[in-house]
Design a protein. Sequence first.
Lengths: 52, 376
Amino acid sequence: MIPDTLDGAIILSAIDFFLSFIIIGSIGIVLACFPYLNRLCEISDEDLKSGH
Amino acid sequence: MWNQALVFLQALLDQTGAAKFWWGNAVMIIVGCVMIYLAIAKKYEPFLLVGIGFACITSNVPGSDLILEGGLFNYAYQGVQLLIIPPLIFLGVGAMTDFGPMIANPKLVILGAGAHLGIFVALIGAKAIGFTLNEAGAIGIIGGADGPMAIFVTMKLAPHLLPQISVAAYSYMALMPLIQPPVMKLLTTKTEREMGMPPVRKVTRLEKIVFPIIIAIIVNMFFPGVAPLITMLMLGNLLKEVLMVDRLARTAAGGLMNVITITLTLAIGSTMNADTFVTFNTLLIVFLGLVAFVFGTGSGVLTAKVMNVFMKEKINPLLGSAGIASVPIAARVSHVVANKANPNNFLIYHAMGPNLAGVFGTAISGGILLALLGAQ
């Protein structure tokens, strides 16, 4: 897919670096929505520990 | 008769490993001894360096059949070659890790990408000096500072470079407290280093249970190349966070992790044979690894400073260098440098956020690399 040349290395690096920002940023957006999960239910540690 | 005796003695000597011993073996035996010294006297990564050092010494004694096909160390290497060991390491790591700091402060997750410029500087540098693109990709991933990921990507892209890359990756991870601080101080002012951070919110048990499930789905859907590693990381973490299977979590983080660590160190050390290791390419790879770490540290700090231009609530730029995936070493370095500037500053919990995000940053960078190079 990518040519085995210096230009290919630069293109590969630019695409990878740029995409990783986009994807990590998206994961950050998903994590920013996590506090809304707490409206669904609450889990207590004691309930989980007493379950076995 | 005397000549005949000499011929027989010569034939006997030729049967032993001593006849095949060359100066390269002596160099590598010294390297192994230095590793054990660093582990014991300087306490640098003893869990890794003792095993690697010992296997390096024994694999450079010609005549030993431990590294030959059917030998014990060769079987250990099969675990690496078949990509069984790295995912099992991540299972143990996941069972030991609290992702709360990362979940609590999603803004800092972006530093897990910013601190990975070093991967690409090393990749381009390796290509420029004559490595193939696949080899350059494997060398670049040293900059991710993630041992199992470096092994995983190297086995897919350039398995013949595994000894050099794994030794460089693990060695530089241990040396981060020496490598990072000068770069961090060069790129920050004292005022910036003294900056405190507000307390982070408490992350609930529900969030910690949902996190590994969501991440496993995302990674398997979009990054199948690195899915084995991250999936096992998330499984280990789920075992830890549900609290009901603490026996399994303890096994993953304890006994199993110890067995896998011993196997991995023997496998890596056994590949450090002088015939393949004492080459000019090894020196180049070691140099490029250092370049990757320096640029990664710098790019993380600069990413944090760029974020501060746009954010109302500023972050301490030292958190940026924690985006390198060496957990928890990079976070600890950020904390120590900040604490030296301001003794009231305790950044370790904040620094763990980008540090953990760096694991995903390396996985994403590695996954895209494998996909673009067609090496799934």
